[in-house]
Design a protein around this ligand. Structure first.
Ligand SMILES: Cc1ncc(COP(=O)(O)O)c(C=O)c1O
Length: 437
């Protein structure tokens, strides 16, 4: 049992600290699709932690690789020196990502990946002799983490409103449309929303725009799936105006959509791709930014001496040996156990079961793609965000961990989930959603 002093000592992230500390929900172990709570219960994990333990908790191969690495090389500086694991993992990631995305820059999180990608895009244009190309275009309801760049291009209102002006950025509309409610997979309407990019470009002029950044599928805002043809259209417009396209694949990377990457599923090639989460199956913090050869080569052909860093950017823990060991073991699991195929095979059943909740009280929309789904609820008349919170708290007591935001419940279970576990998630939700006021 934690003491009150311990509970008060931690300022928790993205948490209602005051409520949590009155009613703590403490996880002390995890295995497969389950979390173990401190009161001895097995709790079904319907979000793979935070979308990051998608190959199942407690993979022994990953744990052993981390332990072995800690005993051999705990840390190595990566500024002007290096260690084998980082190069080996970079090669694995390069070989998995779509051809043409060839150079991997390591970070420690999705947020760092987003900010790294933004800086990379801006520096790229400076090196190409177009220093005015600095502006970024993101999307309403987009999530690119919580650092200054990612917050600026992101479009989740509560994440922005406390902090005042950050980096200048413009935003496309979200692709949520009433006529797409309860779509399964790709929604049919909304391709025209990609044409807003033309308007933004006309407003700012292409000479001032460095890049467009979007998630192939918005996860954190509640599984917003792009309309048919939308990402292809963004790519075409970026090409036409000489603007880089960044795909934030922190959540979609390594199988979540049923394909290796969103870029693979939609057959759209970004210039820069950001990754994190599943890269180590959540076991050690790590992120990565994968750049095209065109971007990388622009840095390598500058006019500075060869020993001067071409990209003045990096983190103490970029390519940390423990993260690389975890990453190499996670990539083995991903490939050997065909994790993306497993997600694709379970996705139709998952879709069917989740959409059976459509007629429940409070449910106003359900969206899904691959092994991701969101159930959107009508706001409570007095306290808009109350319902998802109350439902998630009741689920926890019944043995289900479900992620909630202000207006939705989100599901992203591990790809190793079995049908009866999908049934359990859905039956607990079916019982609990109508229970609340
Ligand atoms: C698309 C996307 N980008 C960035 C992030 C931020 O990642 P992190 O929390 O590791 O900084 C997330 C996290 O959910 C994400 O889904």
């Amino acid at each position: 049992m934690l003491t009150n002093s311990q509970l008060q000592a931690q300022w928790m992230p993205f948490t209602g600290n005051r409520q949590f500390k009155q009613d703590p929900r403490i996880i002390v172990g995890a295995e497969g699709c389950y979390l173990h709570s401190d009161d001895g219960r097995k709790i079904l994990d319907s979000l793979s932690g935070l979308w990051c333990c998608s190959f199942g908790h407690g993979r022994p191969e990953i744990a052993e690789a981390i332990a072995k690495q800690a005993k051999t090389l705990d840390y190595a500086p990566q500024f002007q020196f290096g260690h084998p694991g980082a190069f080996q993992l970079a090669e694995r990631v390069r070989d998995l990502t779509p051809a043409g995305l060839d150079h991997v820059f390591f970070t420690n999180s999705g947020s760092e990946s987003a900010d790294t990608a933004i800086k990379m895009a801006r520096a790229y244009w400076r090196l190409k002799g177009e220093p005015a190309k600095t502006r970024l275009i993101g999307r309403v309801k987009g999530y690119h983490g919580v650092n200054v760049g990612g917050t600026s291009v992101g479009g989740i209102t509560p994440n922005r409103k406390m902090f005042g002006p950050m980096m200048e950025a413009d935003h496309l509309s979200a692709t949520l449309l009433p006529e797409n409610r309860f779509s399964r997979g790709l929604p049919p309407h909304g391709l025209h929303l990609a044409d807003q990019l033309e308007e933004r470009i006309a407003l700012h002029d292409p000479s001032t725009i460095a890049a467009v950044i979007v998630e192939p599928m918005s996860g954190s805002a509640g599984v917003i799936v792009p309309p048919e043809g939308y990402l292809q259209r963004l790519r075409a417009i970026c090409d036409q105006h000489n603007i880089l396209l960044i795909f934030d694949e922190v959540l979609t990377g390594f199988g979540r959509t049923g394909a290796d990457f969103g870029a693979t599923l939609f057959n759209v090639q970004p210039d820069i791709m950001t990754l994190a989460k599943n890269i180590t199956n959540g076991a050690v913090p790590m992120g990565a930014v994968v750049a095209s050869s065109e971007v990388y080569e622009a840095f390598m052909h500058g006019d500075t001496p060869a020993y001067i860093p071409e990209f003045a950017h990096g983190y103490t823990y970029s390519g940390h040996p423990l993260a690389c060991a975890a990453g190499l073991a996670a990539m083995d699991v991903f490939e050997k156990d065909k994790m993306a195929d497993r997600a694709a095979a379970m996705a139709p059943y998952f879709e069917e079961q989740v959409h059976r909740l459509a007629d429940l009280k409070h449910v106003v929309d359900i969206r899904n793609l691959g092994m991701a789904a969101a159930i959107q609820l009508a706001p409570h008349p007095k306290e808009a965000a109350r319902r998802p919170w109350e439902i998630a708290m009741r689920c926890w007591k019944k043995g289900l961990y479900v992620r909630f935001t202000a207006d939705s419940l989100q599901l992203g279970p591990p790809f190793i989930i079995e049908r009866d576990q999908v049934d359990t998630i859905c039956s607990i939700l079916e019982e609990t959603i109508p229970e609340v006021d």
